[in-house]
Design a protein around this ligand. Structure first.
Ligand SMILES: Nc1nc2c(ncn2[C@@H]2O[C@H](COP(=O)(O)OP(=O)(O)O)[C@@H](O)[C@H]2O)c(=O)[nH]1
Ligand SMILES: [Mg+2]
Length: 364
């Protein structure tokens, strides 16, 4: 029987990076891991492209909505991983607000497909930088107040909390975060990890894969007033475009992405909006690709992969999950893409764009 685990957590907390790190760990143990990438929009996902390139395992996607509300498709994909790929550990993430999977995925699978999947403890990935908003320091991290509800609800829902990005923390700060999580969320087992460096990943992965979910409902206010208020603040933007130099010319693809992100950052900052997660995956004419992330307008652009050589053209997938109205986001993103292409002397062909608020028609 395949084991199945779901990782919840806020935008940019490190769910995708943690799934890839877990996959590396399981593969090194001789297991066959698989990753199911899930998102709300159409199939133009940075996470899908990046996981396909970077993870040592099979991967598939479910797009167009959360796995919480696509049980039949989820079960089809899980069965295919189990029966065709012979996967023994399957991982997937929860998009959107990053909560609700315990009821909508775990309890639904247990009730409607009893005995089919070995369900592991429910996981929340927490970014220490975001935790500052709900910790005693009550930090202003330039996100809407409504997000506090989500950060807390994610942790209350979890049976296992991964305090991620510990490579960025001092000993003192790590102690404070662990103390806060262990005392504040006594129903969860807390692991301190860095999905980036691999620290703590083996112990956390073995614990999750070696245990079973309790399969008991936890009251987290899903669907309530605070939940809806938080959802209303978030919008999704996905674009796929092709940027091409004039014949004989090249650009530095890493600089292109940095300039694009800076332009988006500027636009959002001047509109007093934010982007909890902005992601780009760009591939060139050859096999090289770059992937970058920004977890807010006040942070640095982080590259998970870079181009080593100049590129004559770039196929770019751009995903933003923003605290911004969808109309404003659409306008700003389009302007930033076009301005950046102009700056680099590239022609821009847009293949696909979608932009929606989480509570716009059809999405709530
Ligand atoms: N420093 C550091 N960065 C991390 C770690 N895990 C993830 N990141 C970075 O955080 C950003 C968001 O990670 P991602 O896995 O895409 O988050 P997701 O939205 O939860 O799937 C990326 O730039 C990652 O490289 C970590 O352990 N340490
Ligand atoms: Mg992700």
């Amino acid at each position: 029987m395949s084991r199945y685990m779901v990782l919840g957590g806020f935008l940019g907390a490190g769910k995708t990076t943690a799934m890839i790190a877990f996959a590396e760990h399981f593969a090194a143990q001789g297991k066959t891991p698989a990753i199911l990438v899930n998102d709300l929009g159409a199939d133009n996902l940075v996470d899908g492209a990046y996981t396909g390139s970077a993870a040592p395992c099979c991967m598939d996607t479910i797009t167009g909505g959360c796995i919480c509300y696509q049980t039949q498709e989820l079960v089809d994909k899980l069965r295919r991983f189990r029966d065709t790929s012979r996967a023994d550990v399957i991982m997937s993430d929860i998009p959107g607000c990053g909560i609700g999977g315990l009821d909508h995925v775990y309890l639904t699978l247990a009730k409607n497909y009893p005995g089919e999947f070995d369900i592991c403890p429910f996981v929340a990935v927490a970014d220490p930088e975001r935790l500052r908003m709900i910790m005693p320091e009550n930090a202003n991290i330039n996100l809407p107040d409504e997000m506090s509800f989500l950060f807390d609800a994610q942790l209350r829902e979890a049976e296992v909390i991964l305090l991620n990005k510990i490579d960025t923390l001092s000993e003192e700060k790590l102690g404070e975060c662990m103390d806060f999580l262990v005392k504040g969320y006594p129903n969860a087992k807390v692991f301190a990890v860095s999905a980036k460096t691999g620290e703590g990943i083996a112990a956390a992965a073995d614990h999750i894969a070696g245990n079973r979910a309790e399969l008991v409902h936890r009251e987290i206010g899903y669907g309530g007033k605070e939940f809806i208020a938080a959802e209303r603040r978030l919008s999704w933007y996905n674009r796929k475009f092709f940027a091409k130099c004039e014949a004989g010319r090249n650009v530095d693809g890493n600089e292109f992405i940095t300039a694009l992100f800076d332009k988006i950052r500027q636009g959002l900052k001047s509109a007093n909006r934010n982007v909890p997660h902005l992601k780009a995956y760009a591939s060139g004419a050859g096999k090289e690709f770059a992937k970058a992330s920004l977890i807010g307008v006040d942070y640095d652009v982080a590259f998970d992969a870079r181009f080593d050589s100049p590129q004559s053209d770039l196929r770019v997938i751009l995903n933003a999950r923003a605290a911004c109205e969808s109309e404003v986001l659409d306008f700003l993103m389009d302007g930033a893409v076009k301005a950046t292409c102009r700056k680099f002397g590239m022609r821009c062909h847009v293949f696909f764009t979608e932009c929606f608020g989480m509570t716009d028609e059809g999405n709530d």
